[in-house]
Ligand binder design. Structure first.
Ligand SMILES: C[S@@+](CC[C@H](N)C(=O)[O-])C[C@H]1O[C@@H](n2cnc3c(N)ncnc32)[C@H](O)[C@@H]1O
Length: 175
């Protein structure tokens, strides 16, 4: 393993994401997960969560371009984002060379109560890969697979005994 990469492993690196990513060697990362500011005016302590559209999109392009550079060719990038910029960031990612494998909806029931619109209860999780023909996806991992309705409900002998892939809607209910 390249000496430059070893110094990054097994530690949490705190700092600006663009500056930090610039220190990471190209094509060295297997998996990236980003939960960036949604730019919806949340009161965070250290940054402005209400940038102008152009500024937010330019910044998003900047860090996603660095991410694309550091990912291995068979690497994977998950992006969590809210409604406000989901469509825009998906297009930015596509323009940078990412391919969207799944657009997962994460449904939750602990959103901030809204008085004049529907209460926020979902976020978007984009599963991007760099190379649509060469990426790691552990589809036969039994920890990932779920029993099918064909098996559980209908007791159909034709059901795959190994279950099926989970839905692209992920439900989290505290109750
Ligand atoms: C939607 S929150 C993610 C929260 C995180 N997933 C957690 O559970 O704590 C966005 C985070 O991005 C961080 N952030 C904002 N600008 C950043 C930057 N330029 N570089 C690195 N992190 C940044 C904020 O401090 C904030 O914690």
């Amino acid at each position: 393993m390249a000496a430059t990469l070893v110094k990054f492993l097994g530690k949490i690196h705190q700092g600006d994401c663009v500056a930090g990513l610039k220190k990471v060697p190209s094509e060295s990362v297997d998996l990236a997960f980003a939960d960036p500011p949604f730019n919806i005016g949340f009161k965070y302590d250290q940054y402005d969560d209400q940038l102008g559209d152009d500024q937010y999109l330019a910044w998003s392009r900047e860090w996603m371009a660095e991410l694309h550079r550091v990912l291995k060719n068979e690497g994977t990038f998950w992006l969590a984002i809210g409604d406000e910029y989901a469509a825009e960031l998906k297009i930015e990612a596509k323009n940078l060379g990412f391919h969207c494998r799944s657009w997962v909806i994460w449904y939750y029931t602990f959103g901030v109560n809204c008085k004049k619109k529907f209460t926020r209860s979902h976020a978007h999780l984009f599963h991007f890969v760099k190379d649509p023909k060469n990426f790691l996806f552990n589809h036969d991992d039994m920890d990932l697979r779920v029993p099918s309705a064909r098996r559980l409900v209908y007791n159909d002998a034709r059901a795959n005994p190994n279950g099926r892939m989970p839905d692209d809607t992920c439900i989290l209910r505290p109750q």
